[in-house]
Design a protein around this ligand. Structure first.
Ligand SMILES: Cc1cc2nc3c(=O)[nH]c(=O)nc-3n(C[C@H](O)[C@H](O)[C@H](O)COP(=O)(O)O)c2cc1C
Length: 179
């Protein structure tokens, strides 16, 4: 079973990448691959830029990666109450090659931020958007106040209640492809 995970951010020390990595490794018997959105950096999408450069190979590679996965774990970062440009950009480019960007792969959609809402607005925006583009959202999880609730040394959620809640979600995760 292949689990593909990434943070919806291009920050080198992305807290969402850390959370996605932790969650992906909680799936038992999974072969985990972590993507870095920096490897999928493209010019800012516009229809004019698209006319100029066509269908970028990188966007095709992003789509191929997603298609290889049995489970997707995405943790979206929040910038100004929405998804980051880094995530939205590769998403937009990819959607021009294939509408079902997230390929109906069972998806654990998460978010975190240093704030008390844990990126809840970005998570909500992603929920609304991804479901129209092959996002087969099986469960969501938001970790508030990242710095207080996640131990970056061990790479684990340090708050026992949040940790138990995430483990519960993963234990009961519905692997079925159908939405
Ligand atoms: C331009 C900008 C806007 C931000 N807006 C929000 C916000 O609306 N809500 C929030 O909780 N955090 C916000 N933050 C803080 C981010 O949540 C924080 O930088 C976090 O580390 C981003 O996730 P990442 O490390 O995975 O990139 C913002 C940060 C930046 C740089």
């Amino acid at each position: 079973m292949k689990i593909l995970a990434f943070g919806g951010s291009s920050s080198k020390n992305s807290i969402n990448k850390k959370l996605a990595t932790y969650a992906a490794n909680l799936f038992e018997g999974g072969d985990v691959e972590i993507l870095d959105l920096n490897d999928y950096e493209l010019p800012l999408f516009s229809v004019d830029k698209e006319k100029e450069i066509g269908k970028p190979e990188l966007a095709g590679k992003f789509l191929e990666k997603i298609e290889t996965a049995d489970i997707l774990v995405i943790s979206v970062a929040e910038h100004n109450a929405g998804m980051t440009v880094a995530f939205k950009n590769i998403y937009d480019w990819a959607s021009r090659q294939k509408k079902e960007v997230f390929a109906n792969v069972p998806l654990l959609l998460m978010s975190t931020s240093p704030g008390k809402r844990g990126g809840a607005s970005s998570l909500e925006a992603a929920q609304i958007s991804l479901k129209w583009y092959g996002g087969n959202i099986k469960a969501t999880f938001s970790l508030p106040s990242f710095d207080e609730n996640f131990d970056v040394e061990t790479g684990e959620i340090s708050n026992k209640e949040y940790d138990a809640a995430l483990k519960d979600i993963i234990r009961n995760f519905d692997y079925e492809q159908n939405a």
